[in-house]
Design a protein around this ligand. Structure first.
Ligand code: BEZ
Ligand code: FE
Length: 283
């Protein structure tokens, strides 16, 4: 094709993928080209703006390493991660997914329910409990609950040399009745990493970098779709301005004073104990 023009360039670029044997990938790449070209057309993108975009990507690559991905953060702050989570949802009855975030790693300490993560952590002691259920409300005994959260200073253990390894994270199995219980602290809000190009974009855009306080969970059981989600604190001031759009109404829970005598007895060393309850429904 010698006569490339702005009229035929999109079709021409798309057809360069015609021989790709994987039909799904071919469709994705062709659609990507169409949207990318439409973006340049709609915005009448100049050379200078295009170079600025490439510079942003170069900066993202420069700060990305094995333990930190600026590209995942870009996906989060542009709403793409949340959109994919929401599009993947089938039944309205299932617990909705929410951001994985950058602080999950495999190999959490395996504990029995009730698990106690309190150790010497400063902060407000809180019991997180609930049941893992299927869409019919039947308990899923043995479901794996992988849990992690930040400490009272807003930092995850990986970010803070003062915290012991694996602080405030664990993996456990739901009991016969689907129940699980984790003694932990009430999490704190924190900002997304601000030292890369995404942070600079937030400053320039006057966007709030805060995430409302949350507990992270991955719940897995054979024959069910794995649930990656977060539980938010109803009293958090940043619920309506989450920098990564992870909040869903049903994931917002109340921290209430514990009244259950059994719980009060089990955690008798802790004053003003709170509890937060949420059942997790897998598709
Ligand atoms: C987090 O929940 O830890 C998180 C999620 C997305 C971006 C940054 C942090
Ligand atoms: Fe988080």
């Amino acid at each position: 094709m010698r006569n490339t023009s702005s009229d035929n360039l999109t079709a021409l670029t798309q057809s360069s993928f015609d021989q790709l044997p994987d039909q799904r990938l071919q469709f994705i790449l062709k659609t990507f080209v169409a949207h990318l070209h439409d973006f340049a057309r709609d915005t009448k993108l100049t050379h200078e703006e295009w170079r600025a975009g490439l510079h942003f990507l170069h900066q993202a690559a420069a700060i990305t390493d094995e333990s930190r991905s600026e590209f995942s953060l870009m996906s989060d702050v542009f709403g793409l991660s949340s959109l994919i989570d929401l599009l993947a949802m089938g039944s309205e009855k299932a617990t909705p997914g929410s951001n994985l975030g950058p602080f999950h790693s495999r190999g959490s300490p395996v504990m029995q329910s009730p698990a106690n993560l309190l150790r010497n952590n400063p902060g407000q002691a809180a019991i997180f409990r609930g049941k893992v259920l299927d869409l019919k409300g039947k308990p899923i005994a043995g479901a794996t609950v992988d849990f992690w959260q930040n400490a009272d200073n807003g930092l995850y253990w990986q970010q803070d040399p003062e915290q012991p390894q694996d602080n405030l994270r664990c993996m456990l199995h739901a009991q016969e009745d689907g129940s699980f219980e984790i003694a932990t602290i009430r999490p704190k809000p924190y900002t997304i990493p601000m030292d890369g190009p995404v942070g600079a974009m937030f400053v320039q855009s006057k966007r709030s970098p805060w995430r409302p306080a949350h507990l992270h969970l991955i719940v897995e059981a054979p024959g069910h779709r794995t649930l990656v989600t977060e539980i938010f604190d109803e009293e958090d001031p940043y619920l309506d301005t989450d920098a990564v759009f992870g909040v869903r109404e049903v994931l917002v829970a109340q921290y209430k004073p514990v009244v259950d005598p059994e719980l009060l007895k089990r955690y008798k060393d802790h004053d003003h104990l709170l509890e937060v309850k949420l059942d997790l429904v897998l598709e």
